[in-house]
Design a protein around this ligand. Sequence first.
Ligand code: HEM
Ligand code: ISQ
Length: 146
Amino acid sequence: MGFTEKQEALVNSSFESFKQNPGYSVLFYTIILEKAPAAKGMFSFLKDSAGVQDSPKLQAHAGKVFGMVRDSAAQLRATGGVVLGDATLGAIHIQNGVVDPHFVVVKEALLKTIKESSGDKWSEELSTAWEVAYDALATAIKKAMS
Ligand code: HEM
Ligand code: ISQ
C-alpha cells in the first residue's frame, strides 16, 4: 500500500504541534548531539556555542528539516516518490562531512522529538508515517550524495 491521505494528515498535524514550541528544535539537536557528539562541529551555528541554546538560526535549520519531511509526505501521497527540490543538497552534505550513519541518528532524534511534541496524539501509526516520509527523503539525499 502506498502512502495514504491519513498518513499525510498525521504528519501535517504533528508538524504543526512541533512548530508551536521552539523548545522542540532544541530537543532535536540535543538528542542528535547525545548520539553523535562530533556532529556539533559540523553545524556553523553550533560550533562556537557552549551547548545547544535556543536561537533563531537553530530553529530555522531544524524547522527546515521537519518541513522537508512534511513535504516529502505530501509528495509520497501524491506521486508515490520523493524528488529533491534542491539539487545542491547532496553536495552541501558531502562538504559538511555527513556520512550514512548520521542519517540514522537524525531519524531517531526526529522520531523522539515528534513523540514529545505530539503528546497524547502520538501513536505507532503517526510515528510510522514520519519514518516512511523521512526514509524516502533520506534516500533521495543520499542518492544525490553518491
Ligand atoms: C545542511 C536538510 C540530513 C548535517 C542542510 C541544508 C538542508 C538540510 C536544507 C541546507 C542548510 C540549512 O538550511 O540547514 C537535511 C535533511 C536531512 C538532512 C532534510 C534528512 C532527511 C542531515 C544529516 C546530517 C546533516 C544526517 C548530519 C548530522 C548538515 C550540515 C549542514 C546541513 C552540517 C550544513 C549546516 C550549516 O550551514 O552549518 N541540511 N539534512 N544533515 N546538513 Fe542536513
Ligand atoms: C540536518 N541538516 C540540516 C539542518 C539540521 C538541523 C538540525 C538537525 C539536523 C540537520
